[in-house]
Design a binder for this molecule. Sequence first.
Ligand code: UDP
Length: 345
Amino acid sequence: MSFRDRPRILVTGGTGFIGSHTVVDLVEQGFEPVLVDDLSNSERSVLDGLEAICGRRLELHEIDCRDRAALDRVLREAGPIAGVIHFAAAKAVGESQRRPLHYYSNNLGSLLTLVEAMIEHGVRDLVFSSSCTVYGQPGQLPVTEDTPLAEPASVYGATKQIGERILRDVVASGASLRVTLLRYFNPIGAHPSARIGELPLGDPQNLVPIILQSAAGLRGPIRIFGDDWNTPDGTCIRDYIHVLDLAAAHVKSLEWMARQAEGSLIEVFNVGTGRGRSVQEALDAFERATGRRVEREVGPRRPGDIEQIFAACEKAERTLGWKATRSIEEAMRDAWAWQEALGRR
Ligand code: UDP
């Protein structure tokens, strides 16, 4: 089948970290991704990496998803769109506290505009990027999809909770939409080809990009944010998932929705590995996987940090037939290969 006959999937935020890896999986699974991105937090060069992996140039529409006229044009001209994966959003927790209006406008404005356009153009299936941040510090671990949501600790977190709520309300109103909400845990790693990965635009805030820069000698020792938490080694616990495993969950969600009867639906899934790792364990995994040492020092706790969280992922396995298969060492090795490739650019 020529790629022109494949089901076309609109991927907003398609040149971003998770978006670009999902694009690869879409191509591998027989879909034709149509990328939308305003390049506010990614680069056009991602298309070169995607071309090297996928063997052909993919289509990118450089637009802001809040621009309804531009979105209409894409939906009209890109051929019949079978489904949408909506990644496009601003995601820095700290920045969201300083720029609340930007975060609400960007993250929610794009969602509203996109869903209105989907309904008008008769596009039914949507996968929405949510986050485990909606759970706050859960009372019980691992968290299941039924764990009550917490009061959002940041504007970023609020945009994810409100985004989920908007989609529930639209589906409840009888709109002809099928929606999968994916609550991501901590995505790390890169494509093993080292052609795409996480682009550190600005000063990275997440643990693994900081580890990579530290190991590459681009910054000093890694500062562990507190070792007096109530965990076995005193450092915070997260569920780190290889970005390619996370990417696969999106494609499985599209396939699952396409198998469902007509009518509307909305379903939520945790997307993690089911294993919690402390900051120290994540650092150990990096050192084991790469043979590089990372200097560590312990600093104060980071305000707003959650002590520990990891996912129960049985629902996604049962329903979508998806589960994470890659190890944290594999993710660290792939992330490091990407960092080395960046250094050679
Ligand atoms: N972390 C750390 N030092 C850093 C960056 C992060 O100790 O320089 C810790 C942080 O406290 C958290 C974990 O690493 O426990 C993951 O942090 P990240 O910001 O990547 O993800 P999130 O906190 O949003 O889950």
